[in-house]
Design a protein around this ligand. Structure first.
Ligand SMILES: [Fe+2]
Length: 317
């Protein structure tokens, strides 16, 4: 017989629970990309928080419905590569672990860039790209596609119909057709890619009066926003922010430390604490706030479902 003395979960608490993506409750999917089946060199795993991203698995019940962008992680083992392809929307790679080599394709020429932890590349829509792990540890990266329902990628150089080694070089027929990104180069291709790359070490923190620092990744001062924007937030221990509302969704994804997130509705407040690689999807119109009552400073990315979000006047609580 059920214990009727147990406190009942409110509708708000249940809704918040359904909008939390907890890393330890999720499973990496080694069969997310059908075009990679039968090609061990293309092996990689996807973990979906919001939407399906580049996978056709749009009916995964453990995944939240995407509004303006998807949100997933990808693990790429040492030595593997993703065949070059293009999308109709923008897509970013934010490296969490390892070193990722991304190649952008210009006919039979390729410009490569190596990204380390907390570095990001925003792929322009229509620009073919592939990625490879030349490092000594698995790459873990966070991928977002700028549409709730992206179309399937169009392959440019895939081992199903091209030479394997050619595909590993993203279609460059020889080594002299590959250049490493030189941000100061006068070559317009390098200039285009340089605008899309954000290196964590080069970011200038902007300190908000409310007591936390913002590093712009996508949006004014970072890579150009087209459908969504993203900041990395550094939240010192003990800092708390009052509730705020947006006209679009915003998502918190914890990179380090712990983060307490609160939601409000008609005087009711519910909270949840997030750890590393946990995520909260805050729907449009929902009053919400964040606080760091953990033992260390916290860092998280904030992805906002608009290229030009209304500025929020954050106020210390
Ligand atoms: Fe892609």
């Amino acid at each position: 017989m059920p214990d009727t003395n147990l406190p009942k979960q409110s509708a708000l608490a249940a809704e918040m629970r359904a909008h939390a993506g907890l890393f330890t409750e999720k499973t990496f999917d080694w069969d997310a990309f059908p075009a990679s089946r039968g090609f061990p060199d293309l092996s990689r795993a996807q973990l979906r928080y919001i939407g399906a991203g580049g996978s056709p698995k749009t009916n995964d019940p453990s995944t939240m419905k995407a509004e303006h962008f998807t949100f997933s992680l990808v693990n790429q083992p040492v030595g593997k590569f993703a065949a070059s392809h293009a999308h109709e929307v923008v897509e970013h790679f934010l490296v969490l672990q390892g070193v990722l080599t991304v190649g952008t394709v210009w006919g039979d020429e390729v410009v490569e860039v190596k990204l380390g932890p907390k570095d990001m590349l925003l792929n322009k829509s229509g620009r073919p790209h592939g990625f490879r792990n030349d490092g000594v540890e698995p790459v873990l990266m966070q991928i977002t596609v700028g549409s709730g329902t992206p179309e399937m990628p169009v392959h440019v150089c895939h081992p199903k119909d091209k030479d394997l080694e050619l595909s590993r070089r993203f279609g460059a027929p020889s080594a002299d057709k590959i250049q490493l990104l030189a941000p100061d180069s006068a070559d317009w291709r390098h200039q285009e890619i340089a605008k899309q790359v954000v290196r964590h070490r080069d970011r200038q923190p902007q300190w908000e009066k409310a007591g936390f620092a913002r590093l712009t990744y996508i949006g004014e001062g970072g890579a150009p926003a087209s459908t969504y924007s993203m900041d990395m937030i550094h939240l010192p221990r003990g800092v708390a922010i009052k509730p705020y509302v947006r006209e679009v969704e915003d998502v918190y994804f914890v990179l380090g430390g712990t983060l307490t997130v609160g939601w409000e509705q008609n005087g009711e407040v519910v909270e949840r604490r997030l750890g590393e690689r946990d995520l909260m999807f805050n729907p449009a119109g929902r009053p919400h706030y964040f606080r760091n009552d953990g033992v260390a400073d916290a860092q998280f990315t904030m992805v906002i479902g608009s290229p030009k979000p209304q500025p929020v006047a954050f106020v210390a609580a």
